[in-house]
Design a protein around this ligand. Structure first.
Ligand code: SAM
Length: 232
């Protein structure tokens, strides 16, 4: 039975075999405020009294140490990008956690799961708690959302007729839609998208992992539209 990932795990190694990104396997973050610094406890309401007392071992950037989750989300909300991420989940795609984590890293406005509501959260490594997530029953609903919010939908798949991402200027108000292992982006989504883009490949495999593809294309958007001076 998989163990739920604690957001503030104990600093003692829980699993010596865990990989380098399984941060509950070694102490990261900070201990109680009084052990880390000599200045008085902050009274700013963004700080969480429990984290100040017990330490903060969460997977958050140093700027958010000891902050409540609500305060962190509010701060990211104040500077999220007009970049939305969609992923089709008609067959239970295992890559959604990775997509959510990367969307969080790039301060995407929201991640939209299309199809099944349930998805494996393990790959998200708790980042989903700071990321707005929306669910849509089908592609039609997603497209309605995009049109109501002024977003241009860009399908991402290496199918005939797709344009190379390496040469395309992505729309600023953008919803990038990824497909799932196996079928890829559904024909319906490709038909309704403003354009479909592909990532250049040179080897024997038909495609790359959907989570990796999402990282590449999200970063292309970041390179084209984000204010790099505002990055951590
Ligand atoms: C494993 S692929 C499957 C579909 C693929 N068209 C095929 O023929 O096998 C799953 C998803 O990853 C993304 N993907 C993988 N490789 C890609 C590439 N070279 N260009 C664009 N998207 C890609 C797409 O979103 C795709 O729907």
């Amino acid at each position: 039975m998989p163990q739920p990932i604690s957001e503030n795990p104990p600093p003692v190694p829980a699993d010596p075999a865990a990989g380098p990104t399984e941060w509950n396997s070694h102490p990261v973050g900070v201990g109680p405020w009084g052990e880390e610094r000599t200045d008085p406890l902050p009274t700013d309401p963004r700080y969480d009294p429990e984290l100040l007392a017990d330490g903060d071992r969460r997977n958050v950037v140093d700027a958010y140490r000891y902050w409540t989750r609500g305060a962190i989300v509010e701060d990211i909300d104040s500077r999220r990008h007009p970049l939305h991420i969609g992923i089709e989940n008609f067959g239970h795609d295992a890559n959604i956690g990775t997509v959510v984590r990367t969307a969080n890293a790039f301060a995407a406005a929201a991640v939209h799961i299309v199809g099944r509501r349930r998805w494996n959260r393990r790959g998200a490594m708790v980042t989903d708690r700071y990321q707005h997530l929306e669910h849509h029953e089908d592609v039609e609903q997603l497209m309605e959302y995009a049109s109501a919010h002024g977003l241009e939908v860009v399908a991402v798949d290496n199918v005939p007729g797709s344009e190379p991402i390496e040469r395309v200027e992505l729309p600023r108000n953008c919803l990038l839609l990824f497909g799932q292992e196996g079928p890829g982006v559904s024909a319906e989504a490709q038909r309704q998208a403003a354009l479909t883009v592909s990532i250049a490949q040179f080897g024997s495999t038909r495609s790359i992992n959907a989570g990796v593809a999402a990282g590449i294309v999200m970063h292309t958007w970041v390179r084209q539209h984000a204010d790099l001076a505002a990055a951590w």
